[in-house]
Design a protein around this ligand. Structure first.
Ligand code: UDP
Ligand code: MG
Length: 303
């Protein structure tokens, strides 16, 4: 029974060695290898990986031609994995390696996936955790698959699950949704949030907002329906208003007043229209990118 650990790395020179040592320690009882996916790091990450791989035989790596994003790195790592089980984890120690033995125990009990979930967001800025909570509320209201609050990508999966995940070949990859979408029997392990050891989270607040919109657009078409409903409601209101004005003019003549309210109404409707076009645009851009059929990543070097 072999196990692969897939680790996306972007500028992780400060933590990589320590990360490997800890994982190595936790995995001492198993047959395993690690697949580092260097996502176009600009620092020494790749050199450190190479140095480690000279020292240890169970290290494989892929290095991208540029930064393609964590989702692409996950996809590449999973494609290169061959193990009966695959563990997916971050390099920055926010996915605590001490959970690995417990995860392996649970998967041996017959679960298909053992995934982890943070129960606190300690050490995170308020705006970020608030934003995250709102996002989960929103997406779960609209999406068919449940996106679990606090769910990490940190998980162990059986080969079948990995293959199913790889069957979803879309270009816009939203892993949190993809992992839920494929289904299977999942056991959740909860743990307290760990602050990042070194370096910085590469996510800015606006990147997170963008990521949330991606998630919504990838996993639900509800915004499109909402846009339609808006359009319908406003048409009905406009029609009633029109009737009212025509009848009023016929009875009372045409006194010229009410232009401020008119201006507000025009602005309001204009805003809704722009919003709706924006929503359409979001989906259109996704279709555009998917239709180009570009590869999800490009490998410059591997071993
Ligand atoms: N990562 C990556 N490509 C990127 C950004 C991040 O491969 O463009 C990796 C990163 O090295 C880490 C994991 O994805 O192993 C999670 O990144 P980060 O800690 O920045 O995200 P957070 O923990 O804040 O969600
Ligand atoms: Mg992190």
């Amino acid at each position: 029974m072999s196990m692969d650990i897939v680790v996306p790395c972007y500028n992780e020179e400060k933590v990589l060695t320590q990360f490997f040592e800890e994982v190595n320690y936790q995995m001492k009882d198993y047959e395993w290898k690690i697949i580092f996916v260097d996502d176009g790091s600009q620092d020494n990450t790749l050199n450190i990986i190479k140095k480690l791989s000279n020292e240890f035989t169970n290290i494989k790596y892929l290095s991208f031609s540029r930064n393609f994003g964590k989702e692409a790195a996950i996809y590449a790592g999973l494609q290169y994995s061959t193990g009966d089980y695959v563990i997916l984890m971050d390099a920055d120690m926010q996915d605590p390696p001490y959970l690995i033995p417990q995860m392996i125990d649970e998967i041996k009990k017959g679960n298909d996936i053992v995934a982890t979930r943070r129960v606190t967001r300690k050490g995170e800025p308020f705006l970020r955790s608030f934003g995250a909570r709102t996002f989960y509320k929103l997406i779960n209201k609209f999406s068919d698959v449940e996106i679990v609050d606090g769910a990490r990508d940190y998980r162990i999966m059986k080969r079948e699950v990995v293959d199913s995940v790889l069957d979803l070949k879309e270009y816009n990859r939203f892993s949190k949704g993809i992992f839920q979408w494929v289904g299977y029997k999942t056991k959740w392990i909860e743990y307290e949030n760990v602050a990042r050891k070194e370096g910085e989270s590469s996510w800015s607040f606006w990147e997170l907002v963008k990521y949330s919109i991606e998630g919504l657009v990838s996993f639900t078409t509800a915004p499109l329906h909402i846009a339609t409903i808006f359009g319908f409601i406003f048409s009905v209101i406009a029609f009633i208003a029109l009737l009212y004005i025509v009848i009023r003019t016929m009875i009372f003549g045409n006194p010229v007043d009410g232009w401020p309210s008119l201006a507000s109404i025009i602005l309001f409707i204009g805003g809704i229209q722009l919003l709706t076009i924006g929503i359409l645009g979001q989906y259109l851009s996704k279709i555009y990118l998917e239709s180009k059929r570009r590869p999800v990543y490009i490998i410059r070097e591997n071993d």
